[in-house]
Ligand binder design. Structure first.
Ligand code: BMA
Length: 309
């Protein structure tokens, strides 16, 4: 049986649920706000560029999309030049009484990560672009570690393709102490690229991270999800990486769409009963949710692991 149980009414959101004109609704960050689940998701417009929308839910399964987009490419000096081609793949972290939003900012200069924040999901304030070009998939830990903010991200270079790094910051703006901590594994389901998915979840046994891995085939790439467990005090230390994927494209809405064979996560919400709600984009076209037991995900990292590097 699969470790992630798909919600039987997937997909939970399609473009028909969006009150403005979009071609897709997919990769979404999700967090609890008071008793509600707040979701910020990516949509392609009909020109192929992306914007971010907002949806909310009482139960984490049934979401209502807001009447207007939440974030569109900025007109603000300093951001405008780097968001010209769109904003993508939002992740949400609740820390210090506010929600941090990290997202990909696309422009003629490449893809960078931008940081914004909101207290109440009505007003949003951009803080800073926090990487140079050729970075994606940046997740911020929900607590300071040894007095510093911590993040995982995925720079790309020819010498070291698409791997996961960690960095730290005293103020969310200036980041350093960067270190490579996890690489794609040759001839494995994640051999081409890996990247952080949902912001790490704190558990007694370590920080649980859901990441995506990509395998190239004659029929294009396949995006799957896997798990890694990081040391609580020193998250640069990976305790174990699950050898098996936890989710792969199987349902029709994951196998075909805007980009076929994709399950891609930007958010997961831990629940008091020890389960994790994982949200993923299906084929870059719709939003899906599934549930897994946090203990099962950790056991996979510990008892059936592959090397991190
Ligand atoms: C990645 C990003 C994601 C997307 C995935 C699959 O490179 O563009 O937003 O979901 O590819 O197409």
């Amino acid at each position: 049986m699969s470790i992630v149980k798909r919600y039987q009414k997937n997909p939970i959101l399609t473009k028909n649920d969006v009150p403005y004109s979009v071609a897709t609704i997919h990769n979404a960050g999700v967090a609890k706000y008071n008793s509600k689940y707040m979701m910020i998701f990516r949509s392609h417009l009909h020109n192929g560029r992306s914007i971010l929308g907002l949806a909310e839910s009482e139960d984490g399964f049934n979401f209502k999309v807001s009447a207007k987009p939440f974030m569109v490419p900025s007109e603000k000096a300093g951001f405008k030049e780097y968001e010209e081609y769109g904003v993508e793949d939002p992740r949400l972290t609740f820390i210090d009484g506010e929600y941090l939003i990290t997202y990909s900012a696309y422009s003629r200069h490449g893809v960078r990560i931008s940081l914004a924040k909101t207290k109440d999901f009505s007003k949003v304030e951009r803080i800073s672009l926090i990487t140079e070009a050729d970075y994606r998939n940046l997740v911020i830990f929900p607590e300071k570690i040894n007095g510093l903010y911590a993040r995982l991200d995925r720079p790309h270079s020819e010498i070291n393709p698409w791997s996961i790094w960690i960095s730290y910051s005293p103020d969310l703006k200036y980041w350093g102490e960067s270190k490579l901590i996890m690489k794609p594994l040759q001839y494995h389901w994640d051999e081409m690229k890996i990247g952080p998915g949902a912001p790490p979840v704190k558990t007694e046994r370590g920080w649980l991270s859901i990441y995506h891995g990509v395998f190239p085939t004659m029929d294009g790439c396949v995006y799957r999800l896997g798990t890694a467990l990081h040391d609580l005090q020193d998250p640069a230390k990976i305790i174990g990486v699950g050898d098996d994927w936890i989710l792969q494209p199987e349902e029709p809405y994951e196998l075909t769409g805007y980009v076929h064979n994709v399950v891609f996560t930007c958010g997961a919400v831990p629940e008091e009963d020890g389960t994790l709600k994982i949200y993923w984009g299906g084929a870059d076209t719709v939003i899906c949710v599934g549930t897994a037991k946090i203990d099962d995900l950790i056991d996979l990292c510990l008892h059936n692991s592959r090397p991190a590097l």
